[in-house]
Design a protein around this ligand. Structure first.
Ligand SMILES: [Zn+2]
Length: 390
C-alpha cells in the first residue's frame, strides 16, 4: 500500500468515527427527549379506549348506552380502584365495586349513562348497614327474629288485593304495596289502598302508567313519578317515600333521576308467570286437572320444589321460595292475582309452623332496623345489598 493510500485510509477512518459519534449523540438526545415526555405519549405505551373512558368519564355525554351483562364490562386495573371516593367527580369508580347478586342484577351499565341534571349531594352517600348478613335481627326490638319485607306490585286490583289484605291480617303481617296510578285512580280500587293504609301497610310508587323506564324521556319519568306521588297523597293522605321501577329496570341515570329510595327484591316467586289465571287455565287443560288442582300444584312448585324456567332468554333454576326465605329478604309478589294471595297464605303458614320467628314489616320499618333511613337514588335488593354500594 502507498503512503498516499495510507493517508486516504486514515482520513476515511477519521470521518467514519465522527459520523458514528454524531449518530450516538443523536440517540442520546432522543432518549432524553423521550424520557421527559408524559407517560401516555411515549412511543410503545398503549392508549386503550378503556383507559380513556375510565380515567376521563364524560358524565354529561348524550350517547345512549345499551346495558350489557357484567361480563362485558372491561376489567379496570385493580390498583386504580382500590380506594373509591364518594366525591361526586369520581362517581364512575363506584361501578366496578358494585356487588350485584348473581341472579337478581343481570344488567348494570358498564359505563356512566348520560345525566341531564347533576346528581344532588345525597346520591354520593352510600348505605352503611350496622350489621351485614345476620341470620336474625341485631336490633334489640326484634331479638331472635328474621325480618322480611313482603312487597306487592301492580295493584290495587279489585278481586285480588282484598284477598291479599285478608291473608296479611290473618298472619299479622305488614307489607308494602307498590301501586300503579292507572289502577289507583278508580274509586273502588282506591278504597282497597285506603284499607291497606288503615291496616298498617305502606304504599309505594310503581309509576302512573307502568311504562318501560329505559325507553322514555327524562321528562316523562319525572311525570310518572310526580303524578303518582300526588295521587297517593290525595288518596291516603300520606307522603310516598319509596319507588319501584316497572319491570325492575336498574339504569344508573334513571335511579338518580327518580331520586327516591328504590326497592328491588332478592326473591322473585315468579307468580306473574305461573300464578296468573291464563297460565293456570292452560296448564289445567293440558294436564286434565281442575283449575284449583293446577293452582295448588303450581303453588307447591313455586314454594317448595323450585323449577327450571326461561327468563330473559336464560334457562335458569328458580329455587323454592320457602328455602330462600332469610332474615333481610325482600319478596316480590303481585296483588293482581288471587292465586298469589293463596301462595302467600301457604308460605306464611309454613314458616310459622316450622320456624315461628319471621316478622313481616313495611319497607321503611324493615330498612330502619339495621340501616339509617333509605337513601334516594339507591336500589335496595335486601336489607344489605344495594346499588351503589361500597
Ligand atoms: Zn310492575
Amino acid at each position: 500500500m502507498t503512503e498516499n493510500g495510507k493517508n486516504k485510509r486514515k482520513g476515511f477512518t477519521k470521518g467514519y468515527a465522527i459520523a458514528i459519534a454524531a449518530a450516538l449523540a443523536l440517540i442520546v438526545v432522543l432518549l432524553v427527549v423521550i424520557l421527559n415526555m408524559p407517560k401516555a405519549d411515549r412511543p410503545g405505551t398503549e392508549k386503550t379506549p378503556g383507559n380513556v373512558v375510565i380515567l376521563s368519564p364524560d358524565a354529561s355525554g348524550t350517547k345512549e348506552v345499551t346495558p350489557e351483562p357484567p361480563t362485558a364490562t372491561p376489567a379496570p386495573s385493580p390498583t386504580e380502584f382500590v380506594t373509591p371516593s364518594p366525591s361526586p367527580t369520581e362517581i364512575p369508580t363506584e361501578i366496578p365495586t358494585e356487588t350485584p347478586s348473581p341472579t337478581e342484577i343481570p344488567t348494570e351499565e358498564p359505563t356512566a349513562e348520560p345525566t341531564a341534571t347533576p346528581a344532588p349531594p345525597t346520591e354520593a352517600r352510600t348505605p352503611t348497614p350496622r350489621v351485614v348478613d345476620g341470620t336474625t335481627s341485631a336490633n334489640p326490638a326484634y331479638e331472635g327474629k328474621r325480618l322480611v319485607a313482603l312487597t306487592f306490585d301492580d295493584g290495587p286490583q279489585l278481586g285480588a288485593t282484598e284477598y291479599m289484605l285478608d291473608v296479611l291480617k290473618k298472619h299479622n303481617a305488614k307489607a308494602t304495596f307498590f301501586c300503579v296510578g292507572d289502577q289507583l285512580k278508580y274509586g273502588p280500587a282506591a278504597e282497597l289502598t285506603k284499607r291497606a293504609v288503615q291496616e298498617g301497610h305502606q304504599i309505594g310508587n310503581h309509576s302512573y302508567t307502568h311504562p318501560s323506564f329505559g325507553k322514555i324521556s327524562d321528562e316523562r319519568i319525572l311525570e310518572e313519578r310526580d303524578k303518582n306521588n300526588a295521587l297517593i297523597k290525595e288518596i291516603t293522605g300520606q307522603t310516598c317515600t319509596v319507588f319501584r321501577i316497572p319491570g325492575g329496570y336498574r339504569g344508573k341515570h334513571v335511579r338518580e333521576l327518580i331520586n327516591m329510595p328504590i326497592v328491588s327484591w332478592d326473591i322473585d316467586p315468579l307468580d306473574w308467570k305461573f300464578l296468573n289465571s291464563d297460565y293456570l287455565k292452560k296448564y289445567a287443560k293440558e294436564n286434565g286437572m281442575s283449575y284449583d288442582e293446577a293452582e295448588s300444584r303450581w303453588i307447591d312448585i313455586i314454594l317448595f320444589e323450585g323449577l327450571y324456567t326461561d327468563l330473559d332468554g336464560d334457562y335458569i333454576f328458580s329455587p323454592p321460595v320457602a328455602g330462600e326465605m332469610k332474615h333481610g329478604s325482600i319478596l316480590l309478589f303481585h296483588d293482581i292475582y288471587p292465586s298469589s294471595a293463596k301462595a302467600v297464605d301457604r308460605l306464611l303458614t309454613y314458616l310459622e309452623d316450622n320456624y315461628g320467628n319471621y316478622v313481616y314489616l313495611t319497607f321503611d320499618e324493615f330498612i330502619l332496623t339495621e340501616n339509617d333511613a333509605a337513601i334516594p337514588g339507591t336500589i335496595y335488593y335486601s336489607m344489605w345489598r344495594t346499588t351503589p354500594s361500597d
